[in-house]
Design a protein around this ligand. Sequence first.
Ligand code: DQA
Length: 143
Amino acid sequence: TRILVVNGPNLNLLGTRKPEIYGSATLDDVVRVAREAAELHGLEIRDVQSNSEGALIDAIHEARHDCDGIVINAGAYTHTSVAIRDALEAVALPFVEVHISNVHAREEFRHRSYLSDIASCVIAGAGIQGYAFGVHHLARILA
Ligand code: DQA
């Protein structure tokens, strides 16, 4: 059983980008947290980060061949991308929407998500532990 962990635009800058909002952990730390959670359940992780919408969509499409679920932090594309929504709907894998920050306590434009209503689970504001929670959720529903 394999889970694809997808990180969208600007998340490559984690650790230096607005640490008062996103903390000091890096993208490597994010992937480690997800992998450690997966290991507890005997699950594998594949991870991808891209700043481009098309590359994220391609990675989601690829997942339909060999992954069983997706944990995705689509970054700002969460609030704008019908295309990423359509890709997730098309591959029909259960997915968890993760945000490091509590998007609901931030600007109004971050309150809308194109993903939430088709997500299996939505996690916001738990910091990078949110990725572990997402993996635990998928482990439970895939068991
Ligand atoms: C984010 C929240 C988004 O609004 C923002 O554009 C991001 C990161 C988060 O993890 O809190 O890039 O998804």
